[in-house]
Design a protein around this ligand. Structure first.
Ligand SMILES: *Cc1c(COP(=O)(O)O)cnc(C)c1O
Length: 412
């Protein structure tokens, strides 16, 4: 296998897809700039604050910018929210009360949400422990569409939140485009205007020119060390939604009565602003990396999802490696090309809470940031690797070359 020739052929095939992605980057950069201009962003917004953080203009302005981008009345954008799971948990505990019912419209939720909800077992502090009921409706048409009639049929008298997960997560299902959420959102609200439609938007920001809230979702939730932080935000998460939803969440964020009015940050807000400014570009770089990987492995006859030229609503690329050796070689190649921790050699290990061994490759500036290039997989047939991120396409391409070299060496 001539790796250079393979990548050159793949890159040529990807040209029309890249052109489409760059058009989205341009439009989204324009949207971000418009929001910055409307809020008249200036150096004073980057200044740190301490203590209660009353009248923190850096925080308040950033929250208004997110609200503008998501087309919502309000937003919460905080470095103090530890991660995406913490923001999703905060949102659920804000919206749900004991005796309420939570309904997932996209099948099983992301792994870490199982403990929050209390799907299996009964983790201390879970929604289940608090007396919240849970059920889920699987996606239909081979896991590509939300089953709207089934979702409507699953609504109970006490249903308070319908949860949509935009990303495929680490399941072999399709991601959901914001416009494809419109039908279920409208149908749920027609039947029951009081229900909150909440979207786990992790990995989805800036993939399209609109977000789920533009199609009527009550609230969108995501991590700042993924897409929306542009690779620069060092920590944190956001929620953007209606005043009615955000107000409830804000009472849990700090305290009822205090809400969004308090919360300081003793470092600079500058990386959050600059990260948001970079985000449409960074997402485009990550997507070009994913598309190139998909095409290169498709040319080698391997199964990928999504296909290189398919529409995308998240940054995850799944590739069936077919053998454990190939999967390990791929991950070791990605690791060896990382800017940080390149000398680490990833091996499968027994990660707590997982049935199979897991292998992970990542060498990131921001610890654990999956907008930076990373790959991971459970060690089970068909040995599917999930890769995502990449701050620059050049790095993505070099890393793929390395991964392909490691795979080629298996045969030598
Ligand atoms: C990453 C992710 C989460 C959890 O976010 P963490 O920051 O890892 O806690 C939840 N849902 C989806 C779809 C994700 O991609």
């Amino acid at each position: 296998m001539d790796i250079q020739a393979l990548l050159a052929k793949a890159e040529g095939d990807c040209a029309p897809v890249f052109a489409r992605l760059e058009k989205t980057e341009l439009r989204n950069t324009k949207r971000v700039l418009d929001a910055f201009h409307e809020e008249d962003v200036a150096a004073r917004h980057f200044a740190p604050t301490t203590g209660y953080g009353y009248d923190d203009i850096g925080r308040d302005t950033l929250e208004r910018i997110f609200a503008r981008l998501f087309g919502t009345e309000a937003a919460i954008v905080r470095p103090s929210i530890a991660c995406g799971t913490a923001a999703l948990s905060l949102c659920l505990f804000g919206l749900l009360l004991p005796g309420d019912h939570l309904l997932s419209a996209t099948g099983a939720p992301y792994d870490t949400m199982e403990t929050v909800i209390g799907v299996s077992g009964n983790a201390a502090g879970s929604l289940k422990e608090m007396g919240v009921e849970y059920s889920q409706v699987d996606m239909c048409e081979n896991q590509t569409k939300i089953d709207v009639p089934a979702v409507l049929a699953a609504i109970r008298e006490n249903t308070k939140v319908v949860l949509i997960q935009r990303s495929r997560g680490y399941a072999w299902r399709a991601s959901v485009l914001p416009r494809d959420m419109a039908e279920v959102i409208r149908a749920v609200h027609e039947k029951r205007p009081d229900i909150f439609v909440m979207v786990d938007n992790c990995y989805g920001e800036f993939l399209c020119e609109d977000e789920p809230t533009h199609f009527g979702a009550d609230i969108c939730v995501g991590s700042l060390i993924k897409n929306a932080g542009g690779g620069l935000a060092p920590t944190g998460a956001y929620l953007a939604g209606t005043e009615r939803a955000v107000e409830r969440v804000a009472a849990r964020l700090t305290a009822p009565g205090l809400g969004r009015e308090v919360g300081s940050y003793a470092a600079s807000y500058q990386p959050f602003y600059q990260g948001l400014f970079m985000a449409p570009h960074t997402v485009c770089q990550a997507l070009k990396t994913a598309v190139l990987a998909a095409r290169a492995f498709e040319l080698l006859g391997m199964k990928t999802t999504p296909a290189f030229d398919a529409p995308r609503s998240d940054i995850i690329q799944a590739i069936e490696m077919c053998t454990p050796e190939r999967l390990i070689a791929f991950c070791q190649g990605i690791q060896a090309a990382s800017p940080v921790d390149a000398s680490a050699v990833p091996e499968p290990w027994d990660m707590p809470g997982y049935a199979d061994q897991v292998i992970m490759a990542a060498g990131t500036f921001v610890s654990g940031a999956s907008i930076e290039l990373s790959a991971d997989a459970p060690m089970r047939a068909p040995y599917t690797v999930y890769m995502q991120g990449g701050l620059t396409y050049a790095h993505g391409k070099i890393a793929l070359e390395k991964a392909l070299e490691k795979i080629a060496q298996l045969r030598g």
